[in-house]
Design a protein around this ligand. Structure first.
Ligand code: PMV
Length: 325
């Protein structure tokens, strides 16, 4: 008897369009899936008799044939498996979970959330449970806590629903209305960034000067509301201006980086409607909203200004669409 494939799932990456950091403090954020980079999980039933062990193959994090029970209790993959098993029966036969992700790690593209969602969805599906996006997202949130400390939940929500969302902490996500075609380029500084660290930096600032930090969070929240309207109306120039304004406020929160600022400026001077850092900041990536006829110019300008990689993604009424490196 050979191995039997019980489930294969794929989960997209994500970028935060507007509202990062302020979202941790209760303000809304807009986030979109990025297709073309994905976490794939395949769950195999093994032929051998023997204890119903679950083993993992995740070559990108140097795990090959490792039993889940041999991982430290706080290991995100172990926690993801345990979250899945909290809603299903333990399998009476041995399983192998294979994880392959093309989402770059520590780049603000939601790789940890996508892997958690894929493992939870794949394993529960393999054991006969089809969970809703909301259920999968709730379980993946427990895994996200290990990475971030106090995550808002925007990453796991966006990748579990795999559609553009208006997100507010502790509330059900609302679908985002998209009234036009928006082309986004995502530029990677190549600088590994720790979201935990930048979230901590903002918290320290907030503890020292609550009034001005809260004013900035509120200002970001107001930009997000306006951006939601601009998206619904298909108004790219207005959305671009709002994104650039959001970047300025993120700079004031101390989470930008000279390499991010260089890419934001390069995109804007090459004709982008607007640009900002995306995600935790301190490195990682930025996004630029680009008129279709400026795509090549902005891409080249980003590369000249130091972008290691540039992805494109199109946001339209059909949701996120194909992205290519
Ligand atoms: O670094 P990312 O892409 O995972 O995004 C973090 C977003 C923050 O708002 C900074 C934190 C959070 O939990 O929402």
């Amino acid at each position: 008897m050979r191995e039997t494939l019980l489930a294969h799932v794929q989960v997209p990456g994500k970028v935060i369009l507007m509202g990062e950091h302020a979202v941790v403090y209760g303000q809304p954020a807009l986030a979109i899936p990025v297709f073309g980079v994905e976490a794939h999980v395949r769950v195999w039933r093994l032929p051998q008799e023997g204890p119903p062990d679950i083993s993992l193959d995740a070559p990108q994090v140097q795990l090959e044939g490792v039993s889940v029970s041999a991982l430290p209790a706080e290991h995100p993959l172990r926690v993801a498996v345990e979250q899945a098993l909290s809603v299903t029966q333990k399998p009476p036969f041995p399983l192998r979970i294979e994880i392959v992700s093309t989402i770059p790690m520590a780049a603000g593209l939601g790789s940890s959330a996508a892997v958690a969602v894929a493992v939870i969805r794949g394993l529960t599906l393999a054991l006969g449970h089809r969970l809703s996006p909301s259920e999968v997202s709730g379980l993946a949130y427990e895994v996200e806590k290990i990475h971030h400390g106090t995550p808002s939940g925007v990453d796991n929500t966006t990748v579990a629903y795999a559609r553009p969302v208006y997100f507010r902490r502790g509330r059900s996500p609302e679908p985002l209305e998209v009234g036009g075609v928006f082309l986004l380029l995502i530029g990677d500084t190549g600088i590994p960034a720790s979201t935990r660290e930048t979230v901590g930096r903002v918290r320290e600032g907030w503890l020292q000067d609550r009034e001005s930090y809260e004013a900035r969070f509120q200002a970001i929240g107001a930009l997000v509301e306006e951006a939601r309207q601009a998206l619904a109306q298909g108004d790219a120039p207005r959305l671009g201006r709002l994104m650039s304004e959001n970047h300025r406020l993120l700079q004031e929160l101390g989470v930008s980086h000279p390499a991010l600022d260089a890419l934001v400026n390069a995109a804007r001077s090459a004709g982008a409607w607007g640009a900002k850092l995306s995600g935790g900041g301190g490195g990682g990536n930025m996004i630029a909203l680009v008129p279709q006829d400026r795509e090549e110019a902005v891409r080249q300008s980003l590369v000249r200004a130091g972008a290691l990689r540039v992805w494109r993604t199109v946001l339209s009424s059909e949701g996120g669409r194909r992205s290519t490196p």
